[in-house]
Design a protein around this ligand. Structure first.
Ligand SMILES: Nc1nc2c(ncn2[C@@H]2O[C@H](COP(=O)(O)OP(=O)(O)OP(=O)(O)O)[C@@H](O)[C@H]2O)c(=O)[nH]1
Length: 205
């Protein structure tokens, strides 16, 4: 049987409630958009496979609730991620200001090697947050930002995770591993199953 992927890893969507994390994910995996805001409860995930430089990359994308009351739960997922999207809404300065808080939580709870990308969502709206502030922030924190389309945004972070783990991947490949699971899913079956059973509740679009 042909193998389904060469490498699997986990990405996490973080940001205030309402910035559009669930919609970003649904547009990426199912090409669907729904106008209503139904807050995510805890966490939810979807999978997608991309091909990058001839490598089949399976990504498991975790959509976290932006609401404060779920943050104890969602923080538990940081340390299992290889890449993080810090999402804000370009029409909400407040959501951009809160990025500092999200980023410092990532620094505290996520592995050092984690790759981050800043995403300004709702680019179809006319009000845009202050670009000088954005530039200052991204250069200070060395976090790249993106104004690309959805697929490009997910692909860009996946490329960065691949590049960050290249040495380990090469070693694993040389030792004959067929499918390389950076997310080490087998250790977390309970977590995985619980989230899967909640999927219909958390993400309807
Ligand atoms: N105009 C516009 N609206 C968007 C866009 N993306 C999302 N929205 C709207 O923003 C609202 C919130 O979107 P969600 O994806 O549910 O937000 P979320 O960040 O997942 O929210 P929580 O689950 O509460 O953390 C919804 O009404 C969406 O329709 C976008 O690109 N443009």
């Amino acid at each position: 049987m042909a193998k389904q992927y060469d490498v699997l890893f986990r990405l996490l969507l973080l940001g205030d409630s309402g910035v559009g994390k669930t919609c970003l994910l649904c547009r990426f995996t199912d090409n669907e958009f729904h106008p209503s805001h139904i807050s995510t409860i805890g966490v939810d995930f979807k999978m997608k496979t991309l091909e990058i430089d001839g490598i089949k990359v399976r990504i498991q994308i975790w959509d976290t609730a932006g609401q404060e009351r779920y943050q104890t739960i969602t923080k538990q997922y940081y340390r299992r991620a290889q890449g993080i999207f810090l999402v804000y809404d370009i029409t909400s300065e407040r959501s951009f200001q809160h990025i500092m808080k999200w980023a410092s939580d990532v620094d505290e709870y996520a592995p050092e090697k984690i790759r981050k990308i800043l995403v300004g969502n709702k680019s179809d709206e006319s009000r845009v947050s202050s670009w000088p502030t954005l530039m200052e922030w991204t250069s200070l924190r060395q976090v790249p930002s993106t104004n690309h389309n959805i697929t490009e945004t997910f692909t860009r972070l996946a490329e960065q995770v691949l590049a960050a783990n290249k040495k380990d991947l090469d070693l694993l490949r040389m030792s004959g591993n067929e499918e390389i699971n950076l997310a080490a899913l087998e250790e977390e079956e309970g977590l995985y199953e619980r989230a899967a059973s909640d999927e219909s509740k958390g993400c309807w679009c």
